[in-house]
Design a protein around this ligand. Structure first.
Ligand code: GLU
Length: 445
């Protein structure tokens, strides 16, 4: 395999799909060397096959808003790869959603899910529906309209969607209700469900908790510890909330959160009351963090800016793809950042990652750091299949074990001769090898 040749071909086939092409290039560049030591991969064209989704569904989603007007959105499901298990991955509802973004997310999901040790393939879906400012009734009608199409393509052993940006517990509830009515069955077809109808304890916190478990291990590996570290978080949704909760519990100090309107700098650090307030901000559906500074004395709001200008020990992007660029990285490094745990999917641009690695700052990619979310979805599927519920301690213990196993896999494939741990390379190779081997063993499909 030659990455440049393959990318030229892919750019010709999928012009303009920039996020998808970016994600593919990153993974292929990491695995090129080891891939070329396995002649069977080349002979079976594993690279050419693994970069294309198995299939993509797109459908229109017409619905009626509160003024009685008809709205039309586009719905998607990208079933990327099911070599190691049923398709699995979230649904994103956001105005920016397009095919390139969902293909990049489905591609990333394939390797992330392989890292979790659980049998899950990769998928992603969603809609360009913008939840901002929508009433509860509008959200319900949209979710119901979306599911009247999606339900044909999914199933508990076929494809199991979940949440992502814009899709939380409320949306999963409405989506699940419609699926149950249409399919006339109660099965674990979605994860992130409510506790009254088959959800798992710890699933709401899991992405953030897993990210902090992973970060604590990264620091420990470097002979350091999480307690008393200053952390900059971006975002203020479910993922940032879980990360803030666990980081604070373990004695670290979270000093920033952010939204599309700007960021909050809170030098005294988030405490339980402030973390709970994040849920209130989110529930308001306005997509803003500015009110935080009015509510809590000492906190400052910086309109239209990103939190990466604040000096911290650890940066954790928790919002969306490409939210931390080369300039942000240079600033963080100049201010002495030592660890970057990417929690959003592809949160850092290639220029940012290159800068971190060149300076030997410890950078770990989203597919390793945020895998606790989908891993706990996998644990929800196990509980649904057994028709049993595990205790909070049981789920948390398994989540912890899975994050440790992902960390070990990164060390195995990412430790460089001088001892520097390239977590990006480690995670990409470990995830890729599992999916590639499984494709080799199962024939050309
Ligand atoms: N959207 C989450 C992710 O990016 C969770 C997916 C899931 O639980 O299936 O991994």
């Amino acid at each position: 395999m030659n990455v440049n040749h393959l990318m030229t071909e892919l750019e010709r086939k999928h012009p303009g799909e920039k996020e998808y092409l970016q994600a593919v290039r990153e993974v292929l560049a990491s695995v090129e060397e080891i891939y070329n030591r396995h002649p069977e991969f080349g002979a079976l064209r594993i690279a050419e096959r693994i970069v294309e989704p198995d299939r993509i569904f797109t459908f229109k989603v017409p619905w009626v808003d509160d003024r009685g007007e008809v709205q039309v959105n586009i719905g998607y499901r990208v079933q990327f790869n099911n070599a190691i298990g049923p398709y699995k991955g979230g649904l994103r509802f956001h105005a920016s959603v397009n095919l390139s973004i969902l293909k990049f997310l489905g591609f990333e999901q394939t390797f992330k899910n392989a890292l979790t040790t659980l049998p899950m393939g990769g998928a992603k879906g969603g809609s360009d529906f913008n939840p901002r400012g929508k009433s509860d009734a509008e959200i319900m009608r949209f979710c119901q309209a979306f599911m009247t199409e999606l339900w044909r393509y999914i199933g508990p052993e076929t494809d199991v969607p979940a949440g992502d940006i814009g899709v939380g517990g409320r949306e999963i509830g409405y989506l699940y209700g419609m699926y149950r009515k249409l399919a006339r069955e109660n099965t674990g077809v979605l994860t992130g469900k409510g506790m009254t109808y088959g959800g798992s304890l710890v699933r709401p916190e899991a992405t953030g908790f897993g990210a902090i478990y992973f970060t604590a291990q990264m620091l420990e590996q470097a002979g350091d510890e999480l307690a008393r570290k200053r952390i900059a978080l971006s975002g203020f949704g479910n993922v940032a909330w879980g990360a803030a909760l666990k980081a604070t519990e373990l004695g670290a100090k979270v000093v920033t959160i952010s939204g599309p309107d700007g960021f909050i700098y809170d030098p005294s650090g988030l405490d339980r009351e402030k973390i709970d307030y994040m849920l209130e901000l989110r529930a308001s559906n306005n997509d803003v963090v500015a009110p935080y500074a009015e509510r809590f004395a000492g906190a400052e709001f910086f309109a239209g800016r990103k939190p990466w200008e604040i000096p911290v020990d650890i940066a954790m992007p928790c919002a969306t793809q490409n939210e931390l660029d080369g300039e942000d990285a240079a600033r963080l490094l100049a201010n002495g950042v030592r660890y970057i745990a990417e929690v959003s999917n592809m949160g850092c641009t290639p220029e940012a990652i290159d800068a971190f690695i060149a300076q030997k700052a410890v950078y770990a990619p989203g597919k390793a750091v945020n895998a606790g979310g989908v891993a706990t979805s996998g644990l929800e599927m196990s509980q649904n299949a057994m028709k049993l519920n595990w205790s909070r301690e049981e789920v948390d213990r398994r989540l912890h074990e899975i994050m440790s196993s992902i960390h070990r896999a990164c060390l195995e494939y990412g430790t460089e001769p001088d001892g520097y741990i390239n977590y990006m390379k480690g995670a990409n190779i470990a995830g890729f090898m599992k999916v590639a081997r499984s494709m080799v063993e199962q024939g050309i499909l």
